[in-house]
Design a protein around this ligand. Structure first.
Ligand code: 9D3
Length: 248
């Protein structure tokens, strides 16, 4: 069965545009991802479709009103059923990780609520939201780009969305390591040669070179990943050797 995702936003075209291409877009067309984008303004009742208001207590900026979110969730529950997850995209949320994306992909129905302005009325969090998700420590203008990141990361873990299960399985973050360097033709470009071993046809040696290159790159760039990476005995030995000061 397809995974259902509902997105609530004041910029539905932004989400639709992000879903129009790529593997996740194709999976939507193929029916493996059942994504519905809702315009928050459709759930307002005033002539001007207002979704924000001044903050109680004063201060700068505007706050998103609660009623349109409550009305949107009521409509989603009525038309699409009870979701397991109602996630608010928020800079104050738990950072999205590959493990988090995998856990989310195990659900049948997710709702993603996108905020704009300075914030969202706290009663939306209290009554509707089951978790809050951030995509990292930088300031964006709203939850739409983060929602697309969540849909992409989660969507590609749904069986059949990425054509080749091996490329999901081989993902760097699936093993907890960075990827190895890639090369294609020509064998020499502007004086730079492709490593000989990759053109040798010795599949065992190629595998070994790639594993060692991935490990080396991870040691250099993301040593923080090593304690939780899935390493075999060879890799542990390489790592010890790489760790040891020269001459010892
Ligand atoms: C200038 C306002 N900020 C005061 C420190 C608070 C703020 C409110 C709303 C900052 C950003 C936003 C809009 N961002 C999101 O809704 C958002 C987000 C992000 O900015 N970074 C990383 N992940 C996310 S998820 C949602």
């Amino acid at each position: 069965m397809a995974v259902k995702i509902d997105v609530v936003t004041i910029f539905p075209h932004m989400i639709e545009a992000g879903l129009a291409e790529g593997v996740v877009g194709r999976a939507r067309i193929a029916g493996r991802l059942d994504i519905v984008v809702h315009d928050l303004r459709d759930f307002t009742t005033d002539r001007h479709r207002v979704v924000d208001d001044v903050p109680f207590g004063g201060g700068p900026g505007m706050v998103m009103k609660p009623e349109p979110f409550f009305a949107a969730m009521r409509a989603i529950r009525a038309s699409r059923g009870e979701p397991e997850v109602v996630a608010l995209l928020s800079p104050a949320g738990d950072r999205l990780t590959q493990d988090g994306a995998r856990r989310l992909s195990g659900n049948r129905h997710l709702v993603l609520l996108c905020g704009r302005y300075e914030g969202i009325d706290e009663r939306v969090r209290e009554a509707l939201v089951t978790e809050e998700i951030s995509i990292g420590d930088y300031v964006l203008s709203g939850g739409e780009v983060p929602a697309l990141a969540v849909i992409d990361a989660v969507g590609r873990l749904v069986p059949g969305v990425v054509g080749d299960d091996q490329s999901v399985e081989g993902d760097s973050f699936t093993r907890g390591l960075l990827d190895y360097p890639h090369y294609t033709r020509p064998a020499e470009y502007e004086g730079r040669r492709v490593p000989e071993v990759l053109m040798s046809g010795h599949h065992a040696e190629i595998r070994r070179w790639r594993r060692e290159a991935a490990l080396q790159r991870t040691v250099e760039r993301r040593p923080d990943l090593l304690p939780t990476a899935t390493l075999d005995a060879d890799e542990r030995e390489w790592l010890e050797r790489a760790d040891r000061p020269i001459g010892e």
